[in-house]
Ligand binder design. Structure first.
Ligand code: F6P
Length: 402
């Protein structure tokens, strides 16, 4: 059995299936696992075109039912072709709400029947449903409908049709499954093991709806920044201190003081956070990339003394590991569980860290392709705000001092 996985979402409409699928896929890609979401709704819109109102989902209408099943087969077929090729974890995003459909998928996935992993989202929490409903009425299906009330009523009617036929996963279906009740309030796991499965499980265990912004910034200018020296544990300069003050003023203006602050364990980030009164979490996971034998050297000296290091780093900045130090891939590995931890706070978060660390975190939050991560430009004196939307984060940059 290969370690490829086909994740099949199961759940009523507005339970967070697309939110879960897209966030999970973004995380897996960032972790270096080739993942893709196959969304049946997208296929329906492309194949049938136009707008299908709630009546399309009336299960008593055999013609529409057949159309829907046909579309799901086309979508699933594309998924199988993709996983046969280079895909590692495919995510089939549809309601898959009846046993008959799940059984069809199980017996029509070729050699992958042992690789299917069903993820059922069960939600009775009104806030979660309302949140998803609000996302839904802004989705592709209602993009041309200016009338919010029409969209809400139509979507509620669609939910009612699904309510009539929905069948939760039962053990006699003999499926490998994870059932999430109100995201991670209660979790049931049946017959799930394996390395990639554990990673999927860790992500799902920590996933929540997040409505709060995340702020990322490098520390204020350090003595080493002045001299283009990498690594080390220098103090911040007067200009760095000016940034620390401005950062404090700006954050207090924008969101008062009810937010969580993370810094690394290095002086320059701790000093940048010093004007904030609240407790800070100092995490080694946020320390700058370790330059190994190049720590405390300037880029110019590295080039002169270790030309081979410079050349190799230029050739593959993502994978290049400083001798006795780290690579960008190592940083992703280091931050893989840190990003999951952030979900637990339910508050805005400010992370004061370092150049390479912010590049890697940004790669996760906005889904930057691996090879591009080391080349993001993260300027000093700039606060990055990530505002959550349905699948990832909208980004704004704010240069606080010149
Ligand atoms: O130059 C500041 C710094 O934070 C160094 O400590 C670190 O090695 C570097 O940035 C990371 O950026 P890059 O990978 O582009 O060299």
């Amino acid at each position: 059995m290969s370690n490829k996985i086909i994740i099949i979402l199961v759940g009523m409409p507005a339970r967070g299936k697309s939110y879960t699928s897209n966030n999970l896929s973004r995380y897996l890609n960032w972790c270096g696992i080739n993942s893709k979401v196959f969304n049946c709704g997208d296929y329906r819109r492309k194949i049938i075109g136009g707008f299908q109102d709630a009546n399309f989902f009336d299960f008593n209408n055999q013609e529409n039912f057949n159309k829907k099943e046909e579309i799901s087969k086309i979508c699933f077929n594309d998924l199988i072709n993709w996983i046969d090729d280079t895909g590692e974890i495919a995510i089939f995003d549809a309601t898959n709400s009846i046993k008959e459909r799940r059984s069809f998928l199980k017996y029509n996935c070729g050699k992958y029947s042992d690789n299917l992993l069903f993820v059922e989202l069960i939600t009775n929490n009104k806030d979660i449903i309302l949140n998803n409903l609000n996302l839904k009425i802004k989705s592709q299906d209602y993009v041309n409908s200016r009338d919010k009330k029409f969209a809400t009523d139509d979507f509620k009617k669609r939910i009612a049709f699904y309510n009539n036929i929905y069948q939760t996963i039962e053990d006699n279906e003999n499926l490998r499954y994870i059932k999430l009740i109100n995201f991670n309030e209660k979790i049931f796991i049946n017959n799930v093991f394996g390395i990639n499965e554990s990673l999927v499980m860790s992500y799902l265990m920590n996933l929540k709806l997040n409505n709060f912004p995340i702020y990322l910034t490098r520390h204020g200018q350090s003595e080493n920044n002045l001299n283009m020296i990498i690594g080390g544990d220098p103090n911040i300069t007067n200009l760095g201190d000016k940034y620390a003050k401005e950062l404090h003023r700006h954050m207090c203006n924008e969101i008062s003081d009810d937010f969580v602050i993370f810094t690394s364990c290095l002086n320059r980030t701790i000093q940048t956070a010093k004007y904030f009164k609240q407790d800070k979490i100092h995490s080694r996971l946020l320390n700058e990339i370790h330059g190994g034998i190049c720590e405390n050297m300037s880029y110019k000296d590295i080039e002169q003394i270790y030309p081979k290091i410079c050349k190799e780093r230029k050739e593959d900045k993502l994978r290049f590991r400083y001798p006795q130090g780290e690579s960008y891939i190592d940083l992703i590995e280091r931050l893989k569980y840190f990003v999951l931890e952030l979900n637990k706070y339910n508050k805005p978060i400010l992370i004061i860290a370092h150049n390479a660390i912010i590049k890697v975190l940004l790669g996760y939050f906005i889904g930057i392709k691996h090879d591009k991560i080391p080349y993001s430009e993260i300027e000093l004196n700039t606060l990055i705000r990530l505002t959550p939307n349905s699948h990832n984060y909208a980004i704004t940059y704010n240069k606080l001092i010149n």
